[in-house]
Design a protein around this ligand. Structure first.
Ligand code: FEC
Length: 306
C-alpha cells in the first residue's frame, strides 16, 4: 500500500487585522506597503467582519476530501495537508509535514482552477522549492488547469442555475468573473484567459445560456495595465446600454468565500450595480460542496492513474 501525500494549496489570509501588514508584505514579495495601503486593506477586512473565512473553508475542503479518499480506499493510504501561499501554514511547512509522514508520492493541487504562470505556476514552484530544500526526490503530480473538468463545470452550472431560477431570462445578464492579472501575460502566451473563457463557455452551454459576458475583477493598483474588461466597467456598460435589468455574477475563477468575493463583489460591485439601477446577485461559492470535493477526488485519482 503506497503512502500518498495530497497537498491542497490556497491563497492565504491574515488571521487578524494586526496580521494584515505582514500578509500584504508577503504578497508584495517582501516589499512593505505604505501605511495608507495597509489601513485601506484593513478597512476592507473590517467591512467583511474583521477577517476572511478562506482558511477555515480550505480546512473543510481538505477534511471532506480526506474522508472521500478514505471511503474509496484506492489501495493507497492518504495524508492530506493544507499549505497557503501568503500566510501560515505556508506551502513549505505543509510539504515538510508530509515528508515527515513518510509519503512516497505527492499530488499537489492549487485551489485555483485556471492556470497562469503567475498564480498556479507560483504555487507549484513553491512545492518544488520546498522539496529541493530538503533534497527530497519523489514522484510529484502537479495538478493544473482543471477549470474545464466536467465535474467542475457541472458544479458551477448548478450554482448558476440556482441563482437564475426566479429571474426573467430576457432581462438578465450573466457575467463570469475571475481575478485579473497583469495584461503582459497575454503577450507572453499565458493560458489563463483561454482557460477561463473555455470554462465559462462550457458552463453556459450546459445551461443553454446564449447571452453572457466575461469580466475581470480585483485588479491591484500596481502601476501597470491589468487584464480587462473590469467588472465595474461591464456593469456600467450594461446599465447604460439598457442590456439587462438584472445581473448575476458567477466568479468562476474562485472556489471559496474570501475577501475578493465578500468585499469586491458583495460590497463594491453590488453598490456600483445598484447605483446604476441594476439588481445584483452572485452565485454561491462552492466552498466544500460535495461536487467540488468529487472534482478534487477525480483529479487525485486521475493523477494516480498516470
Ligand atoms: O480572503 C483573503 O483574505 C484572501 C483573498 C484573496 C484571494 C486572492 C486570489 C488571487 N490573487 C491573485 C493575484 C494577485 C496579484 C496581486 C494580488 C494582491 C492581493 C492583495 C490582497 C489579495 N490579493 Fe490576490 N487574492 C486575495 C487577496 N493578488 C489582499 C493585496 C491588496 C490588493 O492589491 O488588493 C498584486 C500583488 C502586488 O501588489 O504585487 C497579482 C490571483 C488570485 C486567484 C488565484 C488564487 O486564488 O491563487 C491570480 C483569494
Amino acid at each position: 500500500m503506497a503512502r500518498i501525500g495530497v497537498l491542497l494549496m490556497a491563497y492565504g489570509t491574515p488571521r487578524s487585522l494586526e496580521d494584515v501588514e505582514a500578509y500584504y508584505t508577503h504578497i508584495r514579495g517582501g516589499r512593505p506597503p505604505s501605511p495608507e495601503r495597509v489601513a485601506e486593506l484593513q478597512e476592507r477586512y473590517r467591512r467583511i467582519g474583521g477577517r476572511s473565512p478562506l482558511f477555515e473553508i480550505t480546512l473543510r475542503q481538505a477534511q471532506a476530501l480526506e474522508a472521500r479518499l478514505a471511503r474509496l480506499a484506492l489501495g493507497h493510504s492518504f495524508r492530506i495537508r493544507v499549505g497557503m501561499k501568503h500566510s501560515p501554514p505556508f506551502i513549505d511547512e505543509a510539504v515538510a509535514g508530509l515528508l515527515e509522514e513518510g509519503i512516497e508520492r505527492l499530488v499537489a493541487i492549487a485551489l485555483a482552477p485556471h492556470y497562469s504562470r503567475m498564480s498556479v505556476g507560483a504555487y507549484h514552484a513553491a512545492v518544488r522549492e520546498a522539496l529541493a530544500r530538503r533534497s527530497a526526490a519523489l514522484p510529484v503530480a502537479e495538478i493544473r488547469g482543471w477549470g474545464s473538468h466536467p465535474l467542475f463545470v457541472i458544479a458551477v452550472a448548478e450554482r448558476l442555475k440556482e441563482a437564475l431560477e426566479d429571474l426573467p431570462r430576457q432581462e438578465t445578464m450573466v457575467i463570469f468573473t475571475a481575478h485579473s492579472l497583469p495584461a503582459r501575460l497575454r503577450e507572453e502566451g499565458d493560458p489563463y484567459e483561454t482557460e477561463l473563457l473555455d470554462s465559462a463557455r462550457r458552463v453556459a452551454r450546459v445551461l443553454g445560456l446564449d447571452h453572457w459576458r466575461f469580466a475581470y475583477q480585483s485588479a491591484s493598483a500596481t502601476g501597470e495595465p491589468w487584464l480587462g474588461p473590469d467588472l465595474l466597467e461591464v456593469l456600467e456598460a450594461i446599465a447604460r446600454q439598457g442590456e439587462a435589468r438584472h445581473v448575476v455574477v458567477c466568479p468562476i475563477g474562485f472556489l471559496a468565500d474570501h475577501l475578493e468575493i465578500l468585499y469586491d463583489l458583495d460590497v463594491e460591485a453590488r453598490e456600483a450595480a445598484e447605483g446604476w439601477g441594476l439588481s445584483f446577485r452572485r452565485t454561491r461559492s462552492l466552498n466544500d460542496d460535495p461536487l467540488l470535493i468529487e472534482t478534487l477526488m477525480a483529479l487525485v485519482s486521475e493523477a494516480l492513474a498516470d
